[in-house]
Structures are given as C-alpha cells and as structure tokens.
Design a protein around this ligand. Sequence first.
Ligand code: ATP
Ligand code: MG
Length: 364
Amino acid sequence: MTRTRSDGTATATVPAARPADPPAGQPPAVPSPAVPSPAVPSPAVAPTTADPQSAAAPPAAQAPALTVRGVRIRDEVNDREIVHGVSFELRPGRAVGIVGESGSGKTLTCRAILGILPAHFAVSAGSIEIAGRDIAGLTTPQWTDLRGSTISAVFQDPASYLNPSLKVGVQIAEVIQVKSGLRRRAARRRALELLTAVHLRDPELVYDQYTFELSGGMLQRVLIATAIAADPQVLIADEATTALDVTVQAEILDLLADLRERNGLALVVVSHDLAVVAQVCDEVLVMREGEVVEHGPTADVLYHPRHEYTRLLIAEHEQYGLDRYLADSDSTTDPDPDPDPEADPHAGIGPVAGEQRKELDDVR
Ligand SMILES: Nc1ncnc2c1ncn2[C@@H]1O[C@H](COP(=O)(O)OP(=O)(O)OP(=O)(O)O)[C@@H](O)[C@H]1O
Ligand SMILES: [Mg+2]
C-alpha cells in the first residue's frame, strides 16, 4: 500500500502478496507477484540486446538506473529523523556499497528506494528516481509493476522469503508467469535457465526441491534467481551474505559480480562488513547514525579514509582479519625483505579468493 504525503514524497507499507511472511523487522520479499506486468525480455543468461542501456555503451554515457538525492527519512510517531540525507547515483553495470554499524539507517534507505518503508516512516526530503522515474506519488499498481521488473531486492535469511510447502522451482516459475506473462511450460524452462544462471549444479533437481532440502547458500541463489526473474535494472542486496559462511559468502558475491558484468545489472550492496562491499563495489558510502560520513570510490575510501569511523572499520579488519593472522604467520617464517608502504588495502578484508574458492566449489 503506497501513501502519498503532502510534500509529494511516497511512503509505503508492506505489499500484500508474498510467498511467506519474513521475520519481524525484516522487509518483505521483492518482487511481489501480485499484478501481472507486460512480457519482459529474457534476463540473466544473456544480456538484453534490445535494451538501449545495454552493455555496449560505456557506463559513463548511460543514464542512471537509480538516483538518490538528499533523502531524509523520519519516524513520524516518535517525531525524529532517522536518516539525515543520503545521495548517490548508480549507472547500469555499476555497484555501490552501503556500509555502517547496526541501526545506521542502511536498510531504511533501501526500503525507501523500494517504496516499502515500515508504517510510520516516511521520506521527508529529497528524491529517488528509478530508471529516470521519480517514485514520489507512484500508485500501488505502478509500484507493483516497477518492483521485480525494474528494481528488485534480496535480503538476509532467504528461507523466510520462500514458501516451505512449495517446490522452489514452482515459486520462481510463478513469478515469471506473473511478471513476464509466460505460460506454464515456458515459465518452467525460464526458471531452469535462471537456476543455471545462478550457478546451481543440478537445476532440474533443485527445481523440484523444497526449502528444507537446500543449504543457506543454495537458498540465497534461489532467491537471487527469483529476484532477477523479470530482468530488473537494479538489484539491492541487503546483508544478503551475512548469514552465510565465509566461502559461500564469497561465492554469492562472485555471482553478483558476474550478473553485473554479464547483464549490466546495477547493484546496491548493503553490509555492516567493509570486506563485502569492497569486493564488489566501485563506490562506497559509509553510514553512521543516519549520516553518510564518507562517500567515494572504493579504492579512495580504503586507501585514504577521511573519517575516523571509516578508519576504525578498516582497523577492525586489520586487527581481526584471518588474512592478517596468515600474513603474520608468513612473516615469521618468510619475512618480506621489501615491504610496500602502499600495500593492497583489500588485504585482510577479502573472504576467500581465486583458486582457493574454485577448489572449494569443486568439492561442494
Ligand atoms: N520497523 C521498524 N520499527 C521501528 N524502528 C525501526 C524500524 N526499522 C528501523 N527502525 C529504526 O531505524 C534505525 C535504522 O534502522 P535500519 O534497519 O535502517 O538500520 P541498519 O543500518 O540496516 O542496521 P543493521 O545493520 O542492524 O541491519 C534503527 O536504529 C531503528 O531505531
Ligand atoms: Mg539492516
């Protein structure tokens, strides 16, 4: 349900139709399969060539997929501002990360973008444009049409967004039927393509499985398949890898990077973990207590953090990261004769890299 405020900004409560109720405090699943939308071209497996914003054009020349300008969010019941002005621009095939401590307003910012702010919360200033369309004043059917087809999202705890009594493939096919207007058999074929695109080993088998038969990593892949089923331009991943173990987390981040590269998907990656956003994002916003305290290209933020809080986040990784431990162990046996003062800032903050990841994938 979308409400339009007197200042023209839109605020929404949780949409009605979804496979299963998420846990309290978590946002609803997006896309909602409530209202059919016109047929959309095939996503995920190959880039959409008919799309004027296809991967052919250099990203800088393309119109933004998402523009957030000075967005402020108020808790109207307690009469306090929670988010004090967030701005960023996201072009097709680019990725922006939002990092920050718990309660800093990351999820509320995402929910404002998706038009699913909790009751009593409202965008009190600023504007949001999705694919050039100002979301203020969108009607419920317009929102339903936009979600899934243009903007989509995945959250933590994928199981809570899937119906435990339905086969997962059937749930993806249902979204495809509703959003893309395909008939049952074609929707099944498309769902199998999507399960392949998210790198699930045996799509036919997974299609016929129930949520309790799948691991957390597999469920998150299924949810990502559902989220990209209608070929959205923007995908918001809010703590999408937080509940996963470190190797599966790395695989899901690889998958997001892959979708971004192959499909030109624009990503908003939200995490309390700087390592996660550093791995995937071109640009990082650091939030603290509703404020964006730092915003810049990922390398700049990591190499030259300006805010004390960003320095603290980096220092925590340096202090507690496993890579640091391993680097220290190495240095005791094989000391670096010529240490580089401008050493890789990603060191110590990447989960599992390259060959190691492939090896783990082979045994999974
Ligand atoms: N549904 C809600 N009801 C009441 N207050 C809320 C609700 N959602 C968020 N808040 C308030 O807004 C603040 C920001 O919440 P938000 O969920 O955006 O934080 P976050 O940065 O995503 O944190 P986390 O890293 O824990 O997910 C919270 O501290 C809380 O006070
Ligand atoms: Mg959150």
